[in-house]
Design a protein around this ligand. Sequence first.
Ligand SMILES: Cc1ncc(COP(=O)(O)O)c(C=O)c1O
Length: 270
Amino acid sequence: MIHVLGNSANMDEAIKFCKKFNLILIEDCCESLGSHFKKKHIGNFGLAGSFSFYFAHHICTIEGGAICTNDKNLANDLKSFRAHGWIRNRSDRANFAKKYKLLDEKFLFVTTGYNVRPTEINAAMGLSQLKRLDYYLNRRDAVVKKISRILLKFPHLEIIGLKKLNNDKKQKKNREHSWMNLPLLYKVKSRPKFLKILKIFKKNNIETRSIIAGNIVHHPALKKMKFRIGNKLSVSNEIFKYGFMIGCHPNISLKAINSLKKAVSECKNI
Ligand SMILES: Cc1ncc(COP(=O)(O)O)c(C=O)c1O
């Protein structure tokens, strides 16, 4: 399950659901580094949690990410998966070497695998940013706060998740939202007017994006997959039709903030 755009999901519900249907819980935390649920960092609730350090995320190692798990076997298998399926980085490699004496342990393959090994350069970038993560997250809060004040002039645009804005800078475990982007919802629900808003943002050099996939079932990739729709997906459709994201970079420029102010004042006239 995914913690979307910094917003930690309700893990009590998720755990209950997984127990009920006998499911393994894996958390995708790629958009929510630094976010907690009831004071516990996300990614620690199930078998494993994944994190992305691709740019536009909270820290950036150019490409790459991390997976956390307390399961030693999974950790070992992941180390094989990321490197061709061989045993070199496994803590239990001696067992395999002993069992397959005929094979060269440097080239002993126990599974299919990929080549997604992180480099020293990626790690150095990530580790140095990790030390400043709280600073970045606090800066992102400040940017969201600033943008929320600008949007008071056009309250038809609602910041999704604003009520989870973190006001407690000292207690980082209280953070239940680590803003990655700023998702906005146009509450008037008029498509022509919504499209005008996007145009105004573009004219003012403010990049907008759909809120991730909007509603994934509308995408052609889904045509190739078997799936069942459980209900009307009315919330996903609302987000698909009337939602968009803008950035909330910790070092946003004054020029960008002024462009946003201008765009918002133009939106008032649509
Ligand atoms: C929820 C989610 N999962 C996975 C990914 C993929 O991460 P990566 O690009 O590091 O593979 C992303 C990327 O933005 C994401 O937002």
